[in-house]
Design a protein around this ligand. Structure first.
Ligand SMILES: [Zn+2]
Length: 559
């Protein structure tokens, strides 16, 4: 939908109305000058060219701290400079360098659990996976008591506390995955909250002073099969350098079958324990099991960097607030060859495509005759594939105070199959960004949809989450699934086919079959959303009771 040309003040008032969270059945009118730059600068050529470069074999898969990583960062920084942006990193730099620590743990082939004179040995890889929780030469637990702690959750807002003040120091905690999901009033029902993510479980155990946390893996509670645990938790594990926060010695997973064998040896009925864990009055259960584990660790320390360009705002009052667009520039580098012998994990979709989208947004925004009122930061974060490390580092060392970041709009893996009737946001239902998403999607004659798999916890698995954790209303703009001119279910098939054949494989490469029309529209959609947020008098807010509302209030009061 096209609107009449309108002046700066009127556009501001308009944006304010939109963000006032009025129920909107109608599309948001996009000012003609904004629409003009969107159509002129967000094109197939402006998206395809950066993908061709970033996903070329010359960049060797952009693994953190490799030559390909350096080339990608240099390319992004010089592109931003060429657009006339200002350096967006700290100290007037284009890049925000940071160290990451790699830990490779040598684990024994079996892990023994002893109960009542019986011993159960679990096989590494097949039945258990463990990573060192500490960045030291070795990690160890010795003859530690094993305690079942249900979900391992402490959530005052749901009056839920699985620990009930039990002393868990030095113990090995066995936890259920996910969060309570059977009651819509509890933990948002079927939607997985942060409490249901493995990161929370390991942090929660560490806060109790536990020696180790073991998560029981089931495909339904994890949202992915055991193979994903095997591939993502073996080999070198990267993290930001450890601070003084507590850490467990081991972060472990065991299969459901293995759990049954261990519990049975101690005469414990796992089904009864799980049933008890579903009650509020559950208390930790010492299983009568003891265990030891030791790993020899190889430690490495390397450096990578986020890249950022800044478009200063035009409003003297609002220019020290920012809207942040983000996309991760890293991928998996050079690794195990596939069936064709290809070893380069090009990461064309994941996430050269998102980088191209944010570059195109930078190009379009820079060309606006009237710059947005708030500043816009174009941020390319590093080491996402290692666990959102670049965005986590940025969130701990932001170039704008968190209370002055209006919103984060993230792109990770674009649509390469054409135009869609819908637009998917990860996730709706959390903040007043919903209204902006709805209005803009309607203006493109598309319907807005939340994450299609809420139970998988997609919200906590991409870089926008690092911003949410510091209170910034955030979401990822994802491709739609309902393709124009294609039968129902065609889009879902494409996504599933991509996940099975190309996701995190050397074959995630650019090819001539790609249709850029959907990617173009998703990028234009992000331009309109970011522009509206940048213009509005008020910043977006979390919905009352949202899990990130409290930290936002703190950040705003510290401004
Ligand atoms: Zn990825």
């Amino acid at each position: 939908m096209i609107s009449k040309r309108c002046g700066h003040r009127r556009m501001t008032a308009l944006a304010a109305v939109i963000l006032a969270n009025v129920a909107m059945a109608h599309a948001v009118p996009i000012p003609s000058e904004v629409e003009r730059v969107a159509k002129t600068y967000i094109t197939r050529a402006s998206l395809e060219a950066p993908i061709r470069f970033l996903a070329s074999d010359a960049l060797e898969g952009r693994g953190p701290a490799t030559r390909g990583d350096l080339l990608a960062r240099t390319y992004l920084a010089t592109e931003l400079q060429g657009l006339g942006l200002q350096p967006g990193g700290p100290n007037g730099q284009w890049q925000q360098p940071f160290d990451i620590v790699g830990v490779t743990a040598q684990l024994p082939k079996t892990w023994r659990f002893e109960a009542k004179g019986k011993a159960v040995d679990l096989k590494y890889h097949d039945e258990f996976i463990a990573a060192s929780g500490v960045q030291q030469e070795s990690a160890a637990i010795g003859n530690a008591e094993v305690v079942f702690v249900g979900y391992g959750i402490q959530a005052p807002e749901f009056k839920w506390d699985d620990f009930k003040g039990t002393n868990l120091k030095g113990k090995v905690l066995v936890m259920l995955n996910n969060d309570p999901d059977w009651d819509p009033k509890l933990f948002a029902g079927n939607r997985r909250l942060y409490y249901g993510r493995w990161t929370y479980k390991y942090e929660s155990g560490a806060r109790q002073g536990a020696a180790a946390v073991i998560i029981i893996h089931t495909t339904s509670s994890a949202g992915y099969p055991w193979q994903v645990v095997q591939s993502s938790w073996s080999g070198e594990q990267f993290d930001l350098p450890a601070g003084d926060e507590p850490h467990v010695q081991f972060q472990a997973w065991i299969t459901e079958d293995a759990t049954r064998r261990v519990f049975a040896a101690a005469g414990q009925n796992i089904d009864k324990l799980i049933a008890a864990a579903r009650q509020r009055n559950f208390k930790p259960v010492s299983l009568g099991i003891r265990t030891s584990l030791h790993s020899q660790n190889k430690i490495s320390r390397v450096q990578t960097a986020n890249v950022a360009g800044l478009l200063p705002g035009s409003d003297p009052k609002l220019k020290d607030e920012a809207v942040i667009y983000s996309a991760h520039h890293d991928h998996l580098g050079v690794g195990e060859p596939d069936a064709t012998g290809d070893r380069i994990y090009n990461g064309a979709v994941d996430n050269a495509s998102g980088c191209a989208q944010v570059l195109a947004l930078a190009r379009a925004m820079s060309a606006l005759p009237t710059k947005p009122r708030r500043s816009i930061l174009f941020l390319f974060v590093a080491a996402e594939e290692q666990g959102l490390l670049g965005s986590e580092y940025y969130s701990k060392h932001p170039t704008f105070p968190s209370g002055k970041i209006a919103a984060n709009l993230n792109y990770d893996s674009a649509n390469i199959w054409g135009r869609t009737k819908d637009a998917v946001f990860i996730d709706l239902g959390k903040s007043t960004l919903d209204a902006v998403a709805h209005g803009v999607a309607s203006s493109q004659e598309r319907t807005d949809k939340p994450s299609q798999f809420p139970d998988r916890g997609a919200f906590y698995r991409s870089d926008h989450f690092s911003f949410a954790r510091i209170g910034v209303p955030a979401l990822s703009i994802d491709g739609g699934v309902d393709f124009i001119g294609k039968p129902q279910g065609w889009g879902k098939e494409r996504v599933e086919e991509f996940e099975a054949k190309h996701y995190h494989q050397p074959s995630d490469q650019i090819d001539d079959s790609w249709n850029y029309d959907g990617m173009i529209e998703d990028t234009q959609l992000g331009l309109y959303m970011g522009w509206l947020v940048a213009q509005a008098d008020e910043m977006p807010t979390w919905k009352p009771g949202d899990e990130f509302e409290a930290v936002r209030k703190q950040a705003l009061s510290a401004r």
